[in-house]
Design a binder for this molecule. Structure first.
Ligand code: GLA
Length: 693
C-alpha cells in the first residue's frame, strides 16, 4: 500500500480547488493566498471532464497543465481527480442507455452531476478512456502527490433500476446463489408464492405494491455497492499502471447509507472522508466525533484524511447555519484528534455561479477581510505546529458494532415499529460513551474484538450466525458485551433465526423474548432497580418453555423502587424471560411491568448485558456501571462539555461549553502556546488545547 503523499507541512491543509470557474489572473491570487493560509494540498479537476474532453475523444489539457505548473511553482501539491462523477453532456446523448433510471422507471435528466447508471458499459468505457489520458499525462507531474478517483460514489446514483442494471443484477445473483433454487430458498419465496422459475424473471426492486421481498432488496443493495466498487477499481488500476502514488476516493461516512464502507475499506490506499454538520442538530459536534471514529475504524485504525468539510454554512440543508467563531477550528481539530492527517475543505474559493454559490469556502465572497479568512490562516498555522501528530494512532478500549447491512435491513418496511432506527440507537450509545469521555472504535460484528475491554451492539438486527458466535466467544473468553433490543433477530437474508428471539444471541445473553411491545409515539415506560430481595421471577429454563410466570420483581405486581431510581424508556418494551441472566433493572410500568428491562449474564470469563428499552439520559449511568466493571479507563470528574481524546503522545482537550474547564492529570507542553503544564490544564470556553506529553 503506497504511503501518504509527501507534504512539507505534516498535516495536509487545503481543499477542493476549482480554478476552471475563474479567469487565469485569479489563479495567481489564489496561489498567493494559499501560501498565506498555509495550504499545501488541493483537490483538483474533480468536475473537469466536460472541459478536458469537450467532445468524445477530443482532449484539451491546456488549462490543467497551466494550473498544475503554477501550483508546482508555489510548492503546493495536488490531489488530482479523475473527473468521472460528472460526465460531460455529450455522454448521455451519444449513449442514452448510460442514463440513470429511478425505481419508478423515470429517466433522470441531465444538467447536474451523477446522472449516469453505475452499471453502464458505455460509462465504464468512456471513464476508463479519460482516466487513461489523465494518468498518462500527469502521473509524473511534480505537483501531483496523490489521486482522487471520482467524487462521493453513491451520492445521487447509488441505485439504478434501468434494464442494463437489471441484467447486471441477474448476473450478480447467479454468482451469489448459483442456482435459482438456491435463490428461492435464500429469499424465502414460498411466502406469497413468489418463487422464480429462472434468474431472468428477477426484477430489481422497482416501485411495486407494498411488501416487496426484503431479501431481494438487501441483495440489490449489495449488488449496487459492488457496481460502484467495480467502477472505482477500473480507474484505480489504470492509475496504478502509471505510478505508485496513493489512490483514494472520498467517502461520506456515516451519511451515505447505501454505501457499505466496510466493503470499500480495502480498495483505497488511504481512507478519505467528507463530513458536514447537520445544522439542525445542536449536538452536531458529537455526531462529528462519531463520524471521525467510524472513519478511523473503516481505515483499520490507520490515519485517514478529512477530504472535505466546511468553514461555515453549506448550501443544501433547509437552513444553512454559519459556524460560530471558533467552531470551524474545533471541528477541524477534533477530526485530527480522532485520526485524520488532513484538514481539507469544500472549497478553496466560493463560487459565483451554479448550485453551490451560497456554500462557504476558505476564501469567502467577503474576501480576506473576514472572520472566516482569519480563522483559516490561524488554523493553517496551528496545523503546522501539529506536524508530528501525523501518522500517530488513536487507541480505544471499547468497540461499537456498526454494520451497514443491519442498517439497511432494519429500516426496510413493515418492522414492529417505525421508531426502530439504526442510527437512533447507535447514536444514543455513542453519545453516552462520548459523555463518559470514552473513545471508541467501530467494528463489523465479525471482526476480531478480542483486544477490547467492552463491545457494544446497539442495533444489530441483522446478525449472521458466524458473527453471533464471534461475540459469544468474546464473552466466554472474558469480554464485556452490551446489546440493545431487537438485535440478533435475522440472518443475512432477513430470515428470523430459529426459536424465540433474539435467535443467535439467546445463549450469550441468557434471555429469550416472548413478545415485543413497541410503545406508542412519545410513549414511555419506567425502569427501576429490582428490589434487593431475590426476585421470584419466571423460572430460568429453555427459551421455548411455558409462558412466563409471575413478574421478575415481585410475585404480586410491579416493584416499588425509590422514585429517584426510576429511569425512562422510550420506543420499546418487551417480555424478557430469564434463561441464565439476572435482571439488573425491571420495567416498573407498561406492558411488561415487573419483568426484566436490563439483564446481566455471566458466561465463561465474561459478561453480557441486555437492554430491552431505549433508555435515554439514564443509559449513560448504566454504561458507566458496565464500563467500571469491565475496567475501562477514562478521565473522571470532567464535565461532559469537555471532549478528551488521546492520539499518540498528544492529548486533545476541546471545550464545547461556556465555562473554563480545568483538566487534571495532564502533563506536558501546550502545542499552540509552548506553555508547560504539570498535572493540570485549564481550557477556556470554546477553545482547543493540545498537550504534547
Ligand atoms: C460534497 C461534494 C462537493 C460539494 C460539497 C458541498 O461533499 O463532494 O463537491 O458538493 O458536498 O457541501
Amino acid at each position: 500500500m503506497p504511503g501518504y503523499p509527501a507534504l512539507p507541512g505534516g498535516i495536509a491543509y487545503g481543499g477542493d480547488y476549482n480554478p476552471e470557474q475563474w479567469p487565469e489572473e485569479v489563479w495567481h491570487e489564489d496561489v498567493r493566498l494559499m501560501r498565506e493560509a498555509g495550504v499545501n494540498l488541493v483537490s483538483l479537476g474533480i468536475f473537469s471532464w466536460g472541459l478536458i474532453e469537450p467532445s468524445e475523444g477530443v482532449y484539451d489539457f491546456d488549462g490543467l497543465d497551466r494550473v498544475l505548473d503554477l501550483l508546482d511553482s508555489a510548492g503546493i501539491k495536488a490531489d488530482l481527480a479523475t473527473p468521472t462523477s460528472s460526465p460531460p453532456v455529450w455522454l448521455r446523448h451519444r449513449y442514452p442507455a448510460s442514463r440513470l433510471v429511478d425505481s419508478a422507471g423515470h429517466v433522470i435528466a441531465g444538467g447536474s452531476r451523477h446522472s449516469f447508471c453505475p452499471s453502464s458499459p458505455d460509462y465504464a468505457a468512456a471513464s476508463a478512456r479519460v482516466t487513461e489520458r489523465l494518468a498518462a499525462r500527469y502521473a509524473r507531474h511534480p505537483a501531483v502527490a496523490m489521486w482522487h478517483v471520482h467524487n462521493e460514489y453513491g451520492w445521487a446514483n447509488a441505485h439504478c433500476y434501468c434494464e442494463t442494471s437489471a441484467e447486471a443484477f441477474r448476473d450478480w445473483l447467479r454468482d451469489r446463489h448459483g442456482s435459482v433454487a438456491a435463490l428461492n430458498h435464500a429469499w424465502g419465496t414460498t411466502f406469497w408464492g413468489l418463487s422464480y422459475g429462472s434468474f431472468d424473471e428477477v426484477e430489481p426492486p422497482r416501485l411495486a405494491p407494498p411488501g416487496l421481498l426484503t431479501a431481494l432488496q438487501l441483495d440489490f443493495m449489495r449488488f449496487s455497492v459492488d457496481a460502484h466498487i467495480a467502477n472505482f477499481r477500473r480507474e484505480r488500476d489504470i492509475i496504478r499502471r502509471h505510478c505508485d502514488l496513493p489512490v483514494t476516493t472520498n467517502f461520506m461516512i456515516p451519511n451515505c447509507k447505501p454505501m457499505d464502507y466496510w466493503r470499500w475499506a480495502g480498495e483505497v490506499d488511504v481512507v478519505a472522508n467528507d463530513h458536514y454538520l447537520d445544522a439542525a442538530r445542536t449536538d452536531g459536534h458529537i455526531e462529528l466525533a462519531m463520524a471521525a471514529d467510524l472513519t478511523r475504524s473503516v481505515a483499520g485504525g490507520r490515519p485517514w484524511m478529512l477530504m472535505e468539510h466546511s468553514t461555515g454554512a453549506v448550501n443544501w440543508q433547509p437552513r444553512n447555519i454559519a459556524k460560530r467563531p471558533g467552531e470551524m477550528r474545533r471541528n477541524s481539530l477534533v477530526h485530527v484528534a480522532r485520526g485524520s492527517d488532513s484538514v481539507l475543505f469544500f472549497q478553496w474559493r466560493a463560487s459565483r455561479y451554479g448550485a453551490e454559490k451560497f456554500h462557504s469556502a476558505m476564501l469567502p465572497h467577503a474576501g480576506t477581510d473576514s472572520e472566516v479568512w482569519r480563522e483559516v490562516t490561524g488554523l493553517g498555522a496551528d496545523l503546522r505546529r501539529l506536524a508530528d501528530v501525523r501518522g500517530t494512532r488513536v487507541e480505544a478500549e471499547v468497540a461499537v458494532v456498526w454494520d451497514w447491512e443491519s442498517y439497511w435491513a432494519l429500516e426496510l418496511e413493515w418492522r414492529p415499529s417505525v421508531d426502530l432506527r439504526f442510527r437512533e440507537r447507535v447514536e444514543a450509545f455513542y453519545e453516552a460513551l462520548w459523555r463518559e469521555h470514552v473513545t471508541v472504535d467501530f467494528v463489523h460484528p465479525s471482526a476480531d474484538v478480542s483486544a477490547y475491554r467492552m463491545v457494544v451492539a446497539p442495533s444489530a438486527y441483522l446478525l449472521t450466525e458466524a458473527s453471533a458466535k464471534n461475540l459469544h466467544r468474546y464473552v466466554e473468553s472474558g469480554g464485556a458485551l452490551v446489546v440493545s433490543y431487537f438485535s440478533g433477530i435475522v440472518n443475512e437474508n432477513d430470515t428470523i433465526h430459529g426459536g424465540p428471539c433474539p435467535g443467535v444471541l439467546r445463549d450469550v445473553l441468557g434471555v429469550s423474548v416472548e413478545e415485543f411491545h413497541p410503545l406508542r409515539e412519545s410513549g414511555t415506560v419506567s425502569v427501576a432497580r429490582p428490589p434487593s430481595r431475590p426476585p421470584s421471577g419466571p423460572p430460568s429454563g429453555p427459551p421455548s418453555g411455558p409462558p412466563s410466570g409471575p413478574p421478575a420483581g415481585s410475585p404480586s405486581g410491579p416493584p416499588e423502587p425509590a422514585p429517584d431510581e426510576r429511569a425512562t424508556g422510550r420506543i420499546w418494551s418487551e417480555r424478557v424471560r430469564l434463561a441464565g441472566a439476572r435482571a439488573v433493572r425491571v420495567f416498573a410500568d407498561g406492558p411488561d411491568a415487573g419483568h426484566p428491562a436490563v439483564t446481566r449474564h455471566e458466561l465463561g470469563a465474561g459478561t453480557a448485558w441486555y437492554v430491552a428499552t431505549a433508555l435515554d439520559a439514564e443509559l449513560r449511568g448504566l454504561l458507566a456501571e458496565a464500563l467500571d466493571q469491565a475496567g475501562v479507563s477514562r478521565p473522571r470528574d470532567l464535565p461532559d462539555t469537555l471532549e478528551f481524546v488521546r492520539r499518540g503522545a498528544h492529548v486533545f482537550l476541546v471545550n464545547h461549553g461556556d465555562e473554563p474547564v480545568t483538566v487534571h492529570g495532564v502533563t506536558g507542553v501546550g502545542v499552540f502556546d509552548g506553555v508547560g503544564h504539570a498535572g493540570a490544564v485549564t481550557v477556556p470556553p470554546g477553545e482547543v488545547t493540545v498537550i504534547r506529553a
